[in-house]
Design a protein around this ligand. Structure first.
Ligand SMILES: Cc1cc2nc3c(=O)[nH]c(=O)nc-3n(C[C@H](O)[C@H](O)[C@H](O)COP(=O)(O)OP(=O)(O)OC[C@H]3O[C@@H](n4cnc5c(N)ncnc54)[C@H](O)[C@@H]3O)c2cc1C
Length: 479
């Protein structure tokens, strides 16, 4: 009789296309799904507040699905190697499987766990999270890519030889002979104490089912307009897959296959739409590639000269940014969308990040830390890439001297002001002409809209023109 297999769940909270789970079920013995809560091992990147909320609900959903398949999810806290050892002994397992993680500090931890356990158990690891694992691609010189377009072209050119097929979800699973002890999810206290997360479901529904529904609704309405709509925060033009992809509730391979089908069944426009979206998915792959090969870039700039950048420190300005009280409506709308829903549109992420590092001269690391705590999709690779890109200090980054003007960005990408009206309701009655520049609105217009600047809504905390000059002067010092 085949002995039991322990499957260590991490950022792969799904049954479908889960290679570790699939391989364990295929062995034929009992399968023991296990989740270990070990935030200390994730230092300095322990899960932030918003991702803990998502994790709680995702685990709840996964547990219910596993229960229906026949083998309940075991929850334990403690050091990963010790818990794996304990659980494997308790159920008489001879094998331990998991899907790989790529954050450098966790990959190191996993390698140590594997070394420790593999003498006594059959340890096998799989790829569930990426279309292209970071070590499987390099430039012609054998070095890591640092520019996106050649990376993406090289990935496409060599895709077939590296492609992994989607694997099916197990139909049923054999439980261990004796039920294993499991901790109570509520004892991990992943949910925020106050009512902060009350509106997070406006962004999405945690779990594999929510992910699948999102995938099918995006394919049916969304994908074909993606290229035209993806920069419009006032529209529903993006997929909102990010948290599902981060937690592994959605498999990138299943998305890839769905895009192929869409292209195959549609016309030339459908093919173009599918390619545009796949390209965006490859930014996620590129982010993992970079963080793997430049493991310091979660904290330090990739471009070394930026280590000497004269960032300022100003707690009041940082707080005004965090709370959406800067006096720049598009920035404030973005920061309030983030606080309310745990998510922010990509275009607005770029605008608020640029505002922090260029208008306020506060460090990108301070911004990345706030995002880490407040985004439900906080992802070390994507967040590090996004911040370094905006600050001009990363791979293939926007040049530092290209400074976004938050007012004209707002007018361009939220032309009717609907996005601002939604998240900054105190400006809702301002005519569109003034919605992105309330400080320039005539007194009678402000009065009619019920806005007293400095009371209902802040005056701009910086003068953008002067802030831009200061940012460029700071950049010249390190150039
Ligand atoms: C300062 C900053 C910080 C960011 N932090 C994160 C983060 O912590 N987690 C995160 O998932 N994304 C992050 N991003 C990237 C991007 O903003 C989000 O992935 C996107 O907004 C998620 O919404 P969506 O799923 O609707 O995206 P869509 O536009 O529908 O894209 C589909 C998927 O492609 C991937 N993707 C798209 N754009 C990017 C990108 N620029 N970089 C990497 N992957 C991308 C994501 O996995 C996304 O879910 C950040 C961007 C910036 C500028």
């Amino acid at each position: 009789m085949t002995a039991a297999t322990v499957v260590w769940f991490r950022l792969d909270l799904r049954l479908s296309d889960n290679p570790a789970l699939h391989a364990a079920a295929a062995r034929g013995g009992a399968v023991i799904p296990l989740y270990i809560w070990s935030p200390d091992e994730e230092r300095p990147w322990q899960p932030g507040g918003a991702t803990k909320w998502w994790l709680h609900h995702s685990l709840e959903e996964l547990a219910a699905r596993l229960e229906r398949l026949g083998s309940p999810l075991v929850l334990r806290s403690g050091s990963s190697d010790q818990v794996l050892e304990d659980v494997a002994r308790e159920c008489g397992a001879d094998a331990i499987y998991w899907n790989r993680r790529y954050e450098p500090h966790l990959a190191k931890r996993d390698a140590a766990v594997e070394r420790k356990l593999s003498g006594r158990w059959n340890v096998a690891t799989f790829n569930s999270a990426l279309l292209r694992e970071p070590d499987t691609i390099a430039t012609k010189q054998g070095t890591p890519f640092q520019v996106f377009t050649p990376y993406w072209k090289a990935c496409l050119a060599t895709a077939t030889e590296h492609e992994q097929d989607v694997v099916e979800a197990p139909r049923r699973m054999t439980p261990p002979l004796k039920p294993l002890k499991s901790e109570r999810l509520s004892d991990w206290k992943l949910l925020p104490r106050r009512n902060w997360a009350d509106h997070f479901r406006e962004f999405g529904v945690p779990g594999e089912l929510g992910a699948r529904k999102r995938l099918s609704s995006f394919l049916n309405k969304g994908l074909d307009e993606y290229e035209a709509e993806r920069n419009r925060p006032d529209h529903e033009g993006v997929s909102r897959f990010s948290a599902h992809l981060h937690f592994g509730e959605l498999s990138p391979r299943e998305v890839r296959d769905a895009l192929r089908l869409h292209a195959h069944q549609g016309d030339g426009a459908a093919k173009k739409a599918a390619e545009a979206f796949l390209r965006q998915l490859y930014w996620r792959e590129f982010a993992h590639h970079l963080l793997h090969h430049f493991p310091h870039t979660d904290r330090k700039p990739l471009r070394e000269q930026f280590a000497k950048f004269p960032w300022t420190s100003d707690a009041a300005k940082l707080r005004a940014w965090q709370r959406g009280q800067t006096g720049f409506p598009i920035v404030d709308a973005g920061m309030r969308q983030l606080w309310r829903t745990g998510w922010m549109h990509n275009r607005v992420r770029m605008i608020v990040a640029s505002f922090l590092v260029k208008d306020l001269l506060l460090s990108w690391q301070a911004g990345a830390a706030w995002f880490w705590d407040t985004l439900v999709d906080a992802d070390l690779a994507n967040n590090s890439l996004g911040w370094q890109w905006t600050a001009g200090c990363g791979a293939d980054a926007a040049p530092y001297f290209r400074v976004f003007n938050p007012t004209s960005q707002g007018e361009k990408f939220d032309p009717e002001g609907d996005y601002v009206r939604r998240y900054v309701p105190e400006l809702a009655k301002l005519p569109t002409k003034w919605i992105h520049r309330p400080e320039e609105a005539p007194a009678d217009v402000l009065a009619k809209a019920g806005v007293t600047l400095g009371k209902d809504y802040p005056r701009p905390i910086v003068d953008h023109g002067r802030a831009r000059d200061a940012a460029l002067a700071a950049w010249r010092k390190i150039r």
